[in-house]
Design a protein around this ligand. Structure first.
Ligand code: ZN
Length: 188
């Protein structure tokens, strides 16, 4: 659980640090607002992918499942700035599938905390492997980083793409190609 008082105190210090007057009207409620916002955008820390991915259903045939364009918002742990975009997940079941919303929930678990994109991608793949136990999984994440767009090299619109493959997706290039083909196709 976040400690709202500590966050409020820190935000006041931060505002003073950049030379602001913490008592001016527009900023008076800001520490409280930021604390409540952080509670929301970091609530993945109190959530557990195991809970979402353990509600599985038996299937007769193991056909590939692709859930694409899962919108997420996360926070870069190097700059405390947002990065956001889409996650795409494919898995080949091993007798069991999970409700589609649970894949989106899993993305939320790992997006709503301080992150680096590469690590988030790996964590999603590993959670699906560990709790859903499919034959394999592949995760692709495309995101724009505000710390790249607003500062440093200042390249708005550039996207960072990360990927993680586990199980049969790691071993079988044909499955990977199938995944990319599914992503290229428009909405069905
Ligand atoms: Zn950053």
């Amino acid at each position: 659980m976040v400690d709202r008082n500590k966050i409020e105190e820190a935000v006041r210090l931060l505002l003073e640090g950049i030379g602001e007057d913490v008592n001016r009207e527009g900023l008076r409620e800001t520490p409280d607002r930021v604390a409540r916002m952080y509670e929301e955008i970091f609530r993945g820390m109190d959530d557990d992918a195991a809970v979402h991915l353990s509600k599985t259903f038996a299937v007769d045939s193991n056909e590939i499942v692709v859930e694409k364009d899962i919108t997420f918002y996360s926070t870069c742990e190097h700059h405390l700035m947002p990065f956001y975009g889409k996650a795409h997940i494919a898995y080949l079941p091993d007798g069991r599938v999970v409700g589609l919303s649970k894949l989106a929930r899993t993305v939320e678990v790992y997006a709503r905390r301080l992150q680096i994109q590469e690590q988030m991608t790996t964590q999603i793949a590993e959670a699906v492997m560990a709790y859903l136990k499919p034959q394999g999984v592949m995760v692709m994440v495309e995101a724009e980083h505000m710390c790249m767009a607003m500062r440093g090299v200042s390249k708005p619109g550039s996207r960072t793409v990360t990927m993680a493959a586990r199980g049969c997706f790691r071993e079988n290039p044909a499955l990977q190609r199938y995944f990319f083909e599914m992503l290229r196709r428009g909405s069905v």
